[in-house]
Design a binder for this molecule. Structure first.
Ligand code: DAH
Length: 334
């Protein structure tokens, strides 16, 4: 009996059975791809069945059409399921597990280098008697400026120099000196605290500038504190950090909240003097602003850039590396 004499629906079912088997038997993703072309391709077996429609008697055409569509849809789905089963076309076949292979090491997270350095600095300061404290990163103008003897209209308060919060009398703090004020408001002397944290300034980002960086602030307030205490504290701190041959230089400067004020420079052998931060004797106006009698008490303060210290210590050439989060860099400082 030739095909043209046979029941077209029977032929469709027969081809369906053969196609299902071919799809199920394909041993690899590549082989399956080929079977898919043979079955569902433009000149494939299903397409060939369409000829049955042309020759079929009129009253059967509708049923044949439906059966063909059903078959096509079913085979398309079966192929998709097998492709997924084989792990996608690229996998080239089901993976055989080799149980003798050594296990895969799980990557373990680590502290960010800046976090580690910050903790190290704070531990050193704690060993010198400075209690660790913190303040908020969103500050008001009183703590960031006013109480630090930076009056309204001072250029340091310009909108272009700070990240003011839109429509609010708040800003992202531009310095950790804010914590000096918060501490002196909350405590009475003797005070000896350090405050690490992030600060924010709309600086153009380059190898040595960023809009977000870290500082550690120090503050000591008591009766009879002098500049000698300041210099001795800083020198002891830097010796612990960089070794006993380190040299410290206080270079006269101006900060509104200290008088006298100085830049803190550290001499790195072979590299010269590097500015690390600022310091000075707490300005009497600042003590007044927080209700501490400047006739009775004096204090010193300093603020150091943590990235600056870290870049020096680990020869990091670009401050942006700290925030790029490239694990190749992070691992080097691990
Ligand atoms: N807050 C200053 C800055 O960010 C650094 C500084 C200078 C902090 C002198 C101090 C200080 O505590 O006494 O540039």
């Amino acid at each position: 009996m030739s095909d043209s004499e046979r029941d077209p629906l029977e032929i469709i079912d027969e081809v369906g059975v053969a196609c299902r088997r071919a799809i199920a038997d394909a041993p690899s993703a590549d082989a399956l791809q080929q079977v898919k072309n043979e079955v569902l391709g433009r000149n494939g077996r299903v397409a060939a069945l369409m000829d049955l429609l042309k020759t079929a008697p009129r009253e059967l055409k509708r049923e044949i059409g439906q059966r063909l569509n059903q078959l096509k849809q079913e085979l398309t789905e079966t192929v998709a399921v097998r492709i997924a089963d084989l792990g996608g076309a690229a996998a080239g076949g089901r993976r055989r597990e080799d149980v003798t292979l050594p296990g895969r090491a799980q990557p373990v997270g680590a502290l960010h280098p800046l976090t580690k350095i910050e903790r190290h600095l704070v531990r050193l300061l704690a060993s010198l008697g400075f209690e660790v404290t913190e303040g908020p990163e969103i500050e008001n103008e009183f703590h960031n400026f006013e109480a630090l003897n930076i009056p309204a209209n001072h250029p340091a308060r310009d909108a272009g120099e700070n990240f003011y919060l839109h429509g609010l009398p708040h800003l992202l703090r531009s310095q950790t000196s804010t914590v000096q004020i918060r501490t002196m408001q909350a405590r009475t002397p003797p005070i000896r605290v350090c405050a690490p944290g992030r600060v924010f300034r709309p600086d153009t980002v380059d190898a040595t500038h960023h809009y977000m960086f870290h500082q550690v602030e120090g503050l000591a307030v008591d009766r009879g504190i002098t500049m000698i205490d300041l210099k001795t504290t800083l020198l002891t701190f830097f010796k612990a950090l960089f070794g006993s041959d380190v040299e410290l230089r206080l270079r006269a400067n101006f900060f509104p909240f200290t008088e006298p004020s100085a830049e803190v420079d550290v001499l790195f052998p072979g590299k010269g003097w590097v500015e690390i931060g600022g310091c000075g004797m707490v300005d009497p106006n600042v003590l007044d602003a927080v209700g501490i009698d400047p006739e009775e008490y004096t204090g010193f303060a300093f603020g150091l850039g943590i990235e600056r210290l870290a870049m020096r210590q680990f020869a990091v050439p670009d401050i942006r590396y700290f925030t790029d989060n490239d694990v190749r860099f992070l691992k080097q400082l691990d």
